[in-house]
Write a protein that binds this ligand. Structure first.
Ligand code: COA
Length: 311
């Protein structure tokens, strides 16, 4: 059989088609397997934020599979970083599923990473056995389990006193990207200064970046949140311990008064999870870190997110 598709770099003029594919693929998968398509029922334009943010951060890095007529069959977002490659959303058109399209796109990233002797990392949903299987069949090993906690923050704020250390949390300032990247490397073993420079530059005006600085002036944690109308997510970030994490989260959640957000928190951080339940957090999904380098232990708390992918 001849080639049914080719792998190419996703061009900006294909972003609207990519957004429509993302919507169709997520809606169809979650509706047919879990009856939860409503989670992705919005206008396809709402999904434009993915190719647009990914292109702004990593120009020319997204891969797509294209059929001979030029139609997109799949997209895969790729983020080369100092220590590793991150994989963003991988999605195939429902009419092309189970034909090896996703596998081919991910294999091309693995081949590139192998040449640079870097691992590939991602977070995958534990409710989505197709994606879990896709990655583990390609040699990824599962690691840290994350709970996706959703918060509907009352208009008056979280009904709970702020943690004692709240005064240590402040907005990050321009120029702190390198220090923040050092901190993340010490906690999670990954470095991606570019991402933090991107958040701090904040061209779209949707990102808020907080740091926790202790009384000696040492950074102990960082947390980013997105307030884009189509993307209200808290993360990425990391914290030296659960107390630092709680102070950062309280500050970030307080910014969503009268609104809602989701944050991924390591299930093993049981004290933090208990605190988040007491603040009204509800589990909406489970994710698991996967890496071709095997499971990487955390030296603190890590908050991954999907925009940009921050495994
Ligand atoms: C997940 C998704 C990308 C897979 O795309 P796809 O093009 O159908 O996947 P492929 O055909 O390339 O490969 C799927 C692999 O998983 C395997 N697989 C699927 N279900 C499996 C299971 N339950 N157990 C073991 N293996 C399984 C398939 O056999 C295949 O492996 P193989 O090539 O070695 O046979 C697609 O279903 C999708 O777009 N879903 C919606 C978007 C999404 O959820 N993306 C992932 C997270 S962002």
């Amino acid at each position: 059989m001849g080639a049914l598709y080719t792998l190419e770099i996703l061009r900006p003029d294909q972003h609207a088609e990519a957004a429509s594919l993302l919507k169709r693929s997520l809606y169809e998968w979650y509706e047919s397997r879990l009856g939860q398509g409503a989670r992705f029922a919005g206008d396809a334009d709402a999904f434009l934020i993915f190719p647009q943010v990914y292109e702004a951060l990593d120009p020319g890095e997204a891969i797509c599979a294209v059929d001979p007529s030029g139609r997109l069959l799949g997209v895969c977002f790729v983020h080369p970083r100092e220590t590793h490659y991150s994989l963003g959303i991988v999605a195939t058109d429902p009419s092309s599923s189970r034909r090896g399209v996703a596998r081919a796109m991910v294999e091309s990233v693995l081949a590139r990473a192998r040449l640079e002797h870097k691992p590939v990392r991602l977070v995958s949903s534990l409710m989505n056995l197709d994606s879990y299987s896709l990655y583990t069949r390609l040699g990824f090993a599962p690691g840290v389990l994350y709970q996706d906690l959703s918060f509907a923050v009352p208009p008056g704020g979280i009904v709970s006193e702020p943690p004692q250390e709240i005064h240590c949390v402040r907005f990050a300032t321009a120029g702190e990207a390198s220090k923040i990247a050092d901190l993340e490397q010490s906690i999670a073993g990954v470095r991606r200064e570019k991402d933090y420079a991107f958040f701090l530059e904040n061209k779209g005006g949707h990102w808020r970046t907080w740091v926790f600085e202790d009384l000696t002036g040492t950074l102990k944690g960082v947390l980013v949140s997105s307030h884009h109308p189509h993307w209200k997510m808290t993360g990425p970030g990391c914290a030296a311990d659960e107390r630092v994490a709680a102070a950062l989260l309280w500050r970030a959640l307080d910014q969503y008064r009268g609104d809602s957000t989701v944050v991924l928190v390591p299930g093993a951080a049981s004290g933090l999870v208990a605190t988040l339940y007491s603040w009204g957090g509800r589990n909406v999904e489970l994710h698991i870190a996967q890496s071709t380098a095997g499971a990487t232990p955390l030296k603190g708390v890590f908050f991954p997110t999907f925009l940009p992918e921050s495994a």
